[in-house]
Write a protein that binds this ligand. Structure first.
Ligand code: MLT
Length: 310
């Protein structure tokens, strides 16, 4: 029987479907040392971001050569040594499009939270303070949204923001994809200088690690808002804190942090920062889509093996 280990959770329907198809599915988080043993017994591992599959873990799997497939339930592959796995015959797959809309909607939500000071309004009113006079906000219509990285999520967000009346600037390390004439492809510096809202949509790689640092904050408008629902590590958190403390930018919304699940406290508690605990893909709809995509990936992979045997 094909053994599938799901370490960081997966939608119930998808788990049940795999079981009904005859796969053995175990749902359990293994600490690193235990995982080194467990990985030798399984054919497939499904992870989100909490489980790290690095060279060490892959080497343990190679002792028995059972592991054939690593599935990332989500988009970012930065917690998996993809090159090393693939070089050693272990296929790595993600569910690339399933959470696109969920993340784009979270970014949009955070932009409105920042523009209308919704976080402060909430907190002060819950403390019994009718703070109406101090809560004059901004409208996003007519403002410029600067998007760093222009993949699926970024394009989905651009379409939504454009419909809400925003001007779209974007930059991409790979290419300018002129899907919509209304969007302007430009360089990072122009985005930093001109955008009212700057949102990051790149993967975390050696090219993007620490991309947004003190020099970038220096270039940004002092009213600009930074949104990071991509990955911790792309923004230098200490530099962001300093920029916020010195009013070099207007505020920030963060869904991702360098040290998850224990981000820097000063950032979490900063009055100009709206925070969420890495919930970009955490909608019922996205998790359903991710689960069903995983079922398809497992079926594709093992159907191919069955065909080869026949
Ligand atoms: C992703 O890469 O898809 C996101 O970080 C979602 C997640 O893992 O929770």
């Amino acid at each position: 029987m094909i053994k599938i280990l799901v370490t960081d959770g997966m939608e119930k329907n998808a788990v049940n479907k795999l079981k009904a198809q005859g796969f053995e599915v175990e749902e359990k988080f293994y600490e690193r040392e235990e995982l080194k043993e467990k990985i030798q017994e399984i054919d497939v591992i499904v992870v989100r971001s909490a489980t790290k599959i690095d060279k060490d873990i892959i080497n343990q799997a190679l002792k028995t050569n059972k592991l054939k497939l690593i599935i990332r339930a989500g988009v970012g592959l930065d917690n998996i040594d993809v090159l090393y796995a693939e070089k050693n015959g272990i296929n790595v797959r993600n569910t690339a499009g399933a959470s696109t809309n969920a993340v784009a909607e979270l970014v949009l939500g955070q932009m409105l939270v920042l523009a209308r000071q919704i976080k402060i309004a909430n907190m002060t009113l819950k403390d019994g303070i009718w703070n109406k006079k101090n809560l004059k906000g901004l409208e996003i219509q007519g403002k410029t949204l600067g998007i760093i990285g222009f993949g699926r999520i970024a394009r989905n967000l651009a379409n939504k923001a454009h419909l809400l009346g925003m001007n779209i600037l974007y930059t991409d390390l790979i290419a300018c994809i002129d899907e919509n004439d209304a969007y302007t492809c430009t360089d990072l510096d122009t985005i930093l200088r001109e955008a009212d809202y700057i949102t990051i949509h790149t993967p975390l790689t050696e090219d993007t690690r620490n991309l947004i640092d003190a020099q970038c904050f220096e270039k940004m408008k002092d009213t600009a808002f930074l949104i990071n629902c991509a990955r911790g590590g792309i923004v230098v958190e200490e530099d962001l804190l300093e920029a916020l403390n010195n009013n070099k930018i207007g505020g920030a919304a963060l869904d991702c942090f360098v040290d998850e699940p224990n981000p820097i406290k000063d950032l979490l508690q900063h009055p100009l920062v709206s925070v969420t605990p890495h919930i970009g893909a955490a909608t019922y709809e996205a998790q359903d889509r991710i689960g069903m995509e995983i079922v398809d990936i497992v079926n594709d992979r093992f159907a191919i093996i069955k065909d080869m045997v026949i």
